[in-house]
Design a protein around this ligand. Structure first.
Ligand SMILES: Cc1cc2nc3c(=O)[nH]c(=O)nc-3n(C[C@H](O)[C@H](O)[C@H](O)COP(=O)(O)O)c2cc1C
Length: 212
């Protein structure tokens, strides 16, 4: 079993990265071979450049753009399971996630009546999102619909997708450095130390199950 895991937060060891790493621990428990990427540590990359190289006979289904996303797309192509983690930025995934998502989805999408995708969507996907907004606000502020749309594309063009959200995350280690009156730093810290570890445990279990 091969697994590609991508942290698409610019921060290499904060909430999203820890969620992705927890999922990696879960799949490793089943003996899976994991390739882990920190997206923002890759060489320079871009979203889809509309070259349509992935639609040319002989090259169909693979992005031909040769930049920092290439090794990630290659690794995903060779994987059975894909773990993608993103922070919520302004109600959407991060810009880096979006670049990867455009390239990952569009390379497999056809403009043919006879088939929707070049490759069957046979992988398993775990989509992880962390956000300042608590999970229970997701329906009211449109995040549930946003995640459902992402899941729909992943289901159709990559494979059956499970989602998991960690809301109300700790954004910074020291809130006293900022003039942020919106938050109660103590309750943020407490949640980070008590609830977040349990959520990581749940992510571990979900990921392990995906590999069984
Ligand atoms: C540019 C930016 C925009 C953000 N926008 C939102 C937002 O719209 N909704 C939300 O719930 N959290 C928002 N957040 C908070 C992050 O999603 C949250 O702190 C997340 O856990 C950060 O992930 P990280 O710790 O892996 O970097 C934003 C953070 C940043 C830096």
């Amino acid at each position: 079993m091969k697994v590609t895991a991508v942290n698409t937060s610019p921060r290499g060891n904060w909430n999203t990265a820890r969620m992705v790493k927890a999922a990696c621990e879960g799949v490793k428990h089943c003996g899976a071979e994991v390739t882990y990427f920190d997206l923002y540590r890759q060489e320079k990359f871009t979203g889809c450049i509309s070259c349509f190289g992935c639609k040319i006979p002989g090259r169909q289904g693979s992005c031909i753009c040769n930049d920092g996303l290439k090794p990630i797309l290659q690794s995903i192509a060779e994987s059975d399971v894909v773990i993608l983690g993103t922070p919520n930025y302004l109600g959407e995934p991060s810009a880096g996630f979006r670049a990867l998502f455009e390239r990952l989805i569009f390379q497999n999408l056809t403009y043919e009546k006879e088939r929707r995708s070049y490759h069957a969507p046979e992988k398993k996907v775990l989509f992880l999102m962390s956000s300042n907004a608590p999970e229970e606000y997701y329906d009211a502020i449109g995040y549930t619909d946003m995640i459902a749309r992402l899941k729909g594309s992943l289901d159709t063009f990559v494979g059956k997708t499970e989602t998991y959200i960690c809301g109300n995350t700790l954004q910074v280690a020291d809130y006293s450095r900022y003039t942020w009156t919106n938050f109660d730093p103590e309750s943020k810290k407490q949640r980070h130390e008590t609830v977040f570890p349990n959520q990581l445990e749940e992510i571990r279990a979900i990921a392990e199950n995906m590999c069984k």
